[in-house]
Design a protein around this ligand. Sequence first.
Ligand code: AP5
Ligand code: MG
Length: 219
Amino acid sequence: MRIVLVGPPGAGKGTQAAYLAKNLSIPHISTGDLFRANISQGTPLGKRAKEFIDAGELVPDEVTIGMARERMAEPDAVNGFLLDGFPRNVAQAEALDAALKGDGVALDAVLDLEVPEDEVVKRIAGRRICRNDSAHVFHVTYNPPKTEGVCDVCGGELYQRADDSEETVRRRLEVYHTQTEPIIDHYRAQGLVVTISALGEVTEVTERAMAALKRGAAA
Ligand code: AP5
Ligand code: MG
């Protein structure tokens, strides 16, 4: 399956993507995680992206689209993928549509995670991620690691993302509403959007998402 996951910052895209990707046997491709890996390795792409990420702005399309396409061209993504955080504006959605068309394939669904803003703020305030891999995500109250400050998956050090400060989160939410939400209408016109509530336990949300994707794929 080829799925796009969309939702505001802190909705639980990364958290759900880990389970959904495993259940569906497809790779989880997060442009945010790819940028953070580049930043920690000090690559030129990472240096370029960091200033935008720290300000809560989108990284320019010419950097982002190429990076996402390169990852999607890897062998594990030949039969499907779960995109998390890409596309993030209409220009990226159009570039993705054109690329998939060129490959003779198409998206199966766009899974839209709905969460009220006060819940998003609580989720982001308590989030801790792993130094080794930003896809290892915890929450001090909702999903605490077994040992405080230590990643359950790989033993790495847990820390708070620089862009999770109150001021930057406010800007990221604005950017989501003005630049990213329009892709939902773009894909609604293609009959691809499946909206679910992302409230409740992580496992409940995963079950809801799996059921909605089955319905979406059958429709
Ligand atoms: P990115 O890393 O994609 O950040 P985001 O979209 O803002 O989303 P988050 O990762 O903050 O939240 P999430 O929905 O993944 O939630 P999570 O699962 O962690 O992008 C960062 C930046 O990179 C962007 O601002 C931009 O600058 C740049 N960028 C990335 N892609 C780009 C693109 N395509 N174009 C241009 N720029 C781009 O969960 C949040 C917390 O809640 C966690 O602590 C988790 O444990 C907890 N939680 C999850 N589910 C539940 C639940 N059901 N109940 C209770 N707690 C829960
Ligand atoms: Mg994420």
